[in-house]
Design a binder for this molecule. Structure first.
Ligand code: PLP
Length: 452
């Protein structure tokens, strides 16, 4: 669609709709609002974790319960949940098999700083899925990334890592850095950085092969930490051939390649890595693996495992965690991988995301909006530019906070949860076609409001 054929969006109309939708949200959620006010007395910012206050509407809905693909708040509203805890609940809320395993395991011990047989099963299954033979466990994907980076630095004896502009890999110090006009800068809102991240990190734009080659050419990069497709600034897919170049150049430079599959596990049971035959040295993952019970994991090749063993890494020197690999996480992960996030489940979830994307695309076309949608397996995300951005810098520049706010308010007021600070929708094994169609209808109504 050419720019001339796009409908213009009137900013005054956006502001007016935001005001109306906010008022509706407040009127519909008196209990959540009162609970939030009480929470402000004891919780910093009124929420247990700071970014929960970034839901739109002035306060978050307060959860009563969550089951399958539904969340019910204390005002009695039930939502179709496409946020799914920003992937933490990708298996659906309280899936039966995970719930049963958790109940069984809790009665038999939660943590012992000893393995159970489930840990071996889960490592073997992750090996089958991602094609890497040796695994370790953490309590979060952030820790999986932190430990993988530390191991990479230890065994290569190199000081730096390389990341892509506007990446997100959890709260990993080295990654809060951006490239602006060719210069490295700490990313906005980098809280109390231990050192200037330019000391630890090189940054290139996604798919800029030339810049990648130049930066790796310094010979000081222990590892590249990369999502196989960027998912934290919209979804930015790689261009054909990019992963081949990334692998070739990292091998040439003696740099390890860590692929972070925490979100891209939407691409299939073995994430983007298996779906596209990538050959990373390490893979990191977390969030949904144990059906929402805290877990993270990192896997490595035999060659990396041999180097780690040879380095006699002491697990108290920067990697570790008392509760990592605990009995409960392992039991939950086994049940989730064996019975919930199965190959068959993905075969249902991915067509649902296709249906979601087709519905959104049809609305965009009908209203001639200068918007787009990108899908990656079981997840899809719309953005407010006519074409999908091709790198993180472009994706950041294309953000529109007002339209973001309006979209989320529209969704909330029509019984739908989208991921905050994204327009991301994720399908779970419990999501249905009717859920997807409900979103399409709400999105169509919101687009019509905007156009009127
Ligand atoms: C790609 C990626 N890796 C790692 C993480 C960190 O996950 P967690 O916050 O569960 O540690 C995130 C969080 O959103 C992520 O998007």
């Amino acid at each position: 669609m050419s720019a001339a054929t796009h409908a213009a969006i009137d900013p005054a109309r956006v502001d007016q709709l935001i005001r109306e939708e906010r008022a509706r949200f407040v009127a519909d959620h008196p209990r959540s609002q009162a609970a939030f006010e009480r929470a402000r007395e004891s919780l910093l910012g009124g929420v247990p974790m700071n970014w929960m206050d970034r839901w739109v509407g002035g306060f978050p809905i307060v959860v009563d319960r969550a089951e399958g693909a539904r969340v019910t708040d204390i005002d009695g509203h039930t939502y179709v949940d496409f946020c799914l805890g920003d992937t933490g609940a990708m298996a659906g809320h309280a899936p039966a098999a995970t719930l049963a395993a958790v109940q069984r395991q809790i009665a038999r011990g939660i943590t012992a700083m000893l393995p159970n047989e489930d840990s071996t099963w889960v490592a073997g299954e992750l090996g089958r899925r991602f094609g890497l033979p040796k695994w370790q466990f953490t309590l979060s994907a952030t820790d999986a990334n932190r430990f993988a980076i530390r191991l990479a630095r230890e065994i290569t004896r190199r000081p730096k890592i390389l990341v892509f502009n506007y990446c997100y890999h959890g709260s990993v110090d080295e990654t809060f850095i951006v490239l602006e006009d060719g210069r490295l800068k700490p990313r906005a809102h980098n809280v109390g950085p231990p050192v200037d991240p330019a000391v630890t990190t090189r940054v290139v734009e996604w798919i800029d092969v030339e810049a990648l080659e130049t930066e790796l050419g310094h010979g000081d990069v222990a590892c590249v930490l990369a999502e196989p497709a960027l998912t934290n600034m919209g979804i930015v897919l790689p261009l054909p051939g990019y992963h081949d170049a990334l692998r070739k150049l990292t091998r040439k430079a003696g740099t390890l390649l860590i692929i972070d599959e925490t979100h891209t596990m939407s691409a299939g049971p073995g994430g983007y890595t298996r779906a596209h035959g990538l050959q990373p040295d390490l893979v990191t993952v977390g969030k949904a693996l144990a059906g929402g019970v805290p877990i993270g994991a990192y896997g490595m090749t035999e060659a990396v495992a041999r180097m780690v063993i040879a380095a006699e890494v002491d697990d108290t020197g920067g990697i570790g965690g008392t509760l990592a690999g605990n009995l409960l996480s392992m039991a939950a992960a086994r049940a989730t991988l064996e019975h919930v996030l199965t190959d068959e489940a993905y075969a249902r979830m991915i067509p649902l995301a296709e249906r979601f994307a087709a519905g959104v695309e049809a609305v965009i076309a009908a209203h001639r909006l200068a918007w787009h949608i990108v899908r990656l397996g079981a997840r899809a995300e719309y953005g407010f530019s006519p074409e999908p951005p091709v790198n993180g810098g472009q994706a950041h520049a294309a953000m529109d906070h007002r339209l973001d706010e309006l979209t989320h308010l529209n969704a909330l007021n029509r019984g739908i949860l989208l991921t905050p600070f994204h327009n991301m929708a994720l399908m779970s094994p419990a999501t249905t076609e009717a859920d997807v169609d409900r979103h399409t209808e709400a999105f169509a109504a919101a687009a019509a409001d905007l156009a009127s």
